[in-house]
Design a protein around this ligand. Structure first.
Ligand code: FES
Ligand code: FE2
Length: 366
């Protein structure tokens, strides 16, 4: 898998401004293929320490990596493919639901019922190659009915056969900067200058149409940028090419490109690792060039270069953000960023209107 770790160790965690996080949502914790049967591993998600693993029957789980008895990380203990055992006093837990199955110190005269005790365990699903974890709002209690949860996000697919690829990169800034960097149209000519993508000389005026969707907005279906090489490739099918880009809270950008029977779809998420750091994951599927060998490899190579350019820029930005500068958002190029902040505020406070009351046209040069 393609994973871009941060190389700049000057950027210690905690040096970056934190932001408020949205709980009550599914987030991708890690690649599901890193979870082998009978093994466990750890991850941080929204600042919550997780113990993730795969049971012998293939099911995956995500526990809060803290023993409910006295707080030692459960990852310090043992997992035998069925049960997680704490290394301090040996309490045992069924990891998918978190229920305690054994307290070794209890005697025959004890009345404490271990099965009434639960370690923190979160709903965990395997979709598009990721282990997605649902992190409830604080105080929401244990989730007993997973059917009431929102669906796990998924890449839209338009045929039964398709190829896929994914890219992951750590970003040293908080999730807000990661997200507005993702939706920012004006950095393209400067950050993504490359012969295979586009040149800065190709900068020109654009008009884009947006419309509201629940908890987000859509860049309405349109013919994609003609000055970018990947889009030129799609044109070889001689079909009308349409693109739709949706952003929805808390962190998702869906892009769908269709040309007749051929399609490319991606889901990009920016996931808070802590309140002051995040990670970008690009998951893509397509049926273009299905039978051409090496296309997934080449696609990942170019996609990775693209993400690497964003990552390098955000590492540089993080150097400045440590000093907590004020931020300017200008019209129209930063308008999607303004909508994001308004949508997020609305979600966190439960108050306010959707920032788009209807279709909107934006103009910028890129
Ligand atoms: S701290 Fe885990 S069993 Fe005591
Ligand atoms: Fe970018």
């Amino acid at each position: 898998m393609l994973r871009m770790k941060l190389r700049n160790d000057k950027l210690e965690p905690g040096t970056q401004p934190a932001t408020e996080l949205i709980f009550g949502e599914w987030y991708p914790a890690l690649r599901a293929d890193t979870l082998a049967r009978g093994k466990s591993t750890t991850a941080l998600l929204l600042g919550v320490p997780l113990l993730l693993g795969r049971k012998n029957d293939g099911s995956i789980f995500a526990m809060r990596d803290l023993c409910p008895h006295r707080g030692i990380p459960l990852s310090a203990g043992w997992f035998d493919g069925e049960t997680v055992q704490c290394r301090y006093h040996g309490w045992k837990f069924e990891p998918c639901g978190g229920q305690c199955t054994e307290i070794p110190s209890l005697t025959q005269i004890d009345t404490l019922e271990p099965s009434k005790i639960y370690a923190g365990a979160y709903p965990c699903r395997e979709v598009d190659g990721y282990a997605w974890v649902y992190l409830p709002e604080a105080g929401a209690g244990r989730i007993s009915d997973e059917t009431k949860l929102p669906p796990v996000p998924e890449i839209p697919k338009f045929s039964s056969k398709f190829r896929s690829a994914h890219i992951t990169a750590d970003l040293p800034c908080n999730v807000d900067h990661g997200i507005i960097g993702l939706m920012d149209p004006a950095h393209g000519p400067f950050v993504h200058q490359a012969w295979w993508w586009r040149s800065s000389a190709s900068i020109h005026e654009k008009t884009k149409h947006f419309e509201p969707v629940p908890d987000g907005f859509r860049m309405s279906s349109h013919a994609p940028s003609k000055n970018s090489a990947p889009y030129k490739l799609l044109g070889v099918y001689g079909q009308d090419v349409t693109t739709t880009i949706d952003f929805t809270l808390p962190n998702r950008r869906y892009e769908v490109i269709r040309a007749g029977e051929k399609w490319f779809a991606s889901l990009t998420t920016v996931t808070p690792v802590t309140p002051s750091s995040c990670r970008i994951d690009v998951m893509a599927c397509w049926n273009i060039f299905y039978n051409v060998p090496l296309v997934p490899t080449i696609a990942s190579y170019f996609g990775a270069k693209f993400v690497r350019q964003d990552q390098e820029t955000m590492v540089q930005q993080a150097e400045g953000l440590r000093y907590r500068p004020a931020m300017m958002l200008i019209d129209d190029a930063d308008k999607p960023a303004k909508w994001y902040f308004a949508l997020k505020q609305r979600r966190l406070t439960g108050k306010g209107e959707h920032p788009l009351q209807g279709p909107v046209e934006l103009h910028w040069r890129s």
